[in-house]
Design a protein around this ligand. Sequence first.
Ligand SMILES: [Fe+2]
Length: 197
Amino acid sequence: MVESHRWIWAWFGDSELAETTPVPDTHWMDDPDWDRVTHTRLMGCNSGLLHDNLLDLTHESFLHTSTIGDDAVFENGVTIEVEDNIVSVDRFMPGCYPSPLFAKVTNAEVVDRWHTTEFQLPSVHVIHAGVVEPGGRREDGYRFEVLNAITPAKQGQAWYFYAFCRNFEVGNEEMNEVLTESQGTVLDEDAWALEHQ
Ligand SMILES: [Fe+2]
């Protein structure tokens, strides 16, 4: 068992076979420069469908239209990189309007947007996302680090541990309430689609 940055990682197999490599980095969970909201869901689908969902965020354009999705997502392609046990899928969306949720929480107008899914096999996806003024550097923008840990439960079910971390409006409880509700909506929409799949 390893406890790290408010997450607990358990190995249920033979203790002699337990990995000694570090657990995934989740430092945004207790970094004072960041704030976050969390959700935990038992999803009515096999874990593989959740991995597909997180690796192909194109679905945001069609499924999450009131929050994180709009046409800019499907209109811009992705770049895929594979290195060791990490698959990265990056989408850069230059010179567009922020999504409905980003517009609401950042007051941003025309921006460069990005989201990058970093799948750390076999079970963790960290999505690096954000908006910045056109031509700006990603590190200077409004940033989100979205943590997704998928644990198979049984045939047809998977646990989904989720955290939506941000580098702005830290300590703003009203913002926490807005984001808890909006990200709950996002997860409800994913749950609906994945159960139907
Ligand atoms: Fe989704």
